[in-house]
Design a protein around this ligand. Structure first.
Ligand code: GLY
Length: 282
């Protein structure tokens, strides 16, 4: 099986950001997808989605890890999850605080019985596992928060990978919407935003409430499992967002190596690579 990878970095809003930022996002996604592809050649899909998502979290252009949005009470709370399409194990953290890489905490939870933790419990688990305090706040996010500018509210990151053995895995990580009520739950650590099985993997970005209403990731994976092509499954699922003008994007890979990216509004930022063909959002 030829390995394949696709990553996303949320949405690009031309009205709120410049050509310079767009170019920086294109360059960052290109660098990360190529490095993650190289990693995928000698590692599993599961190891690779964590590796790629960690790099996306570390890039302050995106709303996950460093550069996460600030909530209405001035604090940053992040969410991340992983799903292994082979074991069907889903693990995640919801509203975790003060860790550099939430996806690495979710990775630790893959080995536990209680695999999705929220709030203080997630943060305490991380500390017990040796994740030291780290502030993911950046001056740009503080400036946006202070000016009450609800910019780039849809900047979740994610990765889907298919490895040489035909195994699929997916990871998604977010700083949330920005200005949300403390306690709000993101889609990124739910099966609406992040889901995989042996047939297909999907990571979503956009407005979490709309992604949950559309049950997007789980629905696309189910439709592919029931026989639809990946393109048909994505199109049908996104058509179901139209009645409520759902705002979402998704990246997906199926077991036959098809790669699809889809968004309901302009424009999700993404990059995919298979060793030869590089596709980057324009
Ligand atoms: N999709 C990220 C969020 O709404 O929290």
């Amino acid at each position: 099986m030829a390995p394949k990878i696709i990553i996303h970095g949320g949405f690009f809003s031309e009205s709120l950001t410049s050509d310079e930022v767009k170019k920086a996002k294109q360059d960052a996604l290109t660098r990360i997808v190529k490095s993650a592809f190289q990693f995928l050649e000698t590692h599993s899909a599961l190891e690779t989605v964590v590796y790629a998502t960690e790099q996306l979290e570390d890039c302050d252009l995106f709303n996950a890890g460093t550069g996460s949005q600030i909530q209405s009470d001035g604090k940053i709370r992040m969410s991340a999850s992983i799903m292994d399409g082979v074991s069907l194990k889903f693990s995640g953290v919801i509203n975790i605080e003060g860790v550099k890489n939430p996806v690495r905490v979710a990775e630790k939870l893959l080995q536990t019985q209680d695999s999705v933790l929220g709030g203080d419990g997630a943060t305490l688990f991380a500390r017990k596992q040796g994740f030291n305090y780290y502030s993911t706040e950046t001056p740009q996010r503080r400036k946006e928060y202070e000016s009450k500018l609800k910019a780039a509210t849809t900047g979740t990151v994610g990765c889907v990978a298919l490895d040489k053995e035909g195994r699929i895995a997916v990871a998604t990580s977010t700083g949330g919407k920005g200005f949300e009520i403390p306690g709000r739950i993101s889609d990124s650590a739910t099966v609406a935003g992040n889901y995989a099985n042996a047939n297909c993997g999907v990571s979503c970005t956009g407005v979490g409430e709309d992604i949950v209403s559309g049950a997007i990731a789980a629905k696309i994976v189910t439709r592919v499992t029931d026989g639809l092509s990946l393109q048909q499954a994505c199109e049908r699922t996104f058509a179901e967002l139209k009645p409520f003008d759902g705002f979402a994007g998704a990246i997906a890979i199926s077991k036959n190596g098809s790669i699809v990216h889809i968004d309901s509004h302009p424009a999700m930022v993404f990059a995919s690579f298979d060793g030869n063909r590089l596709e980057v959002f324009e």
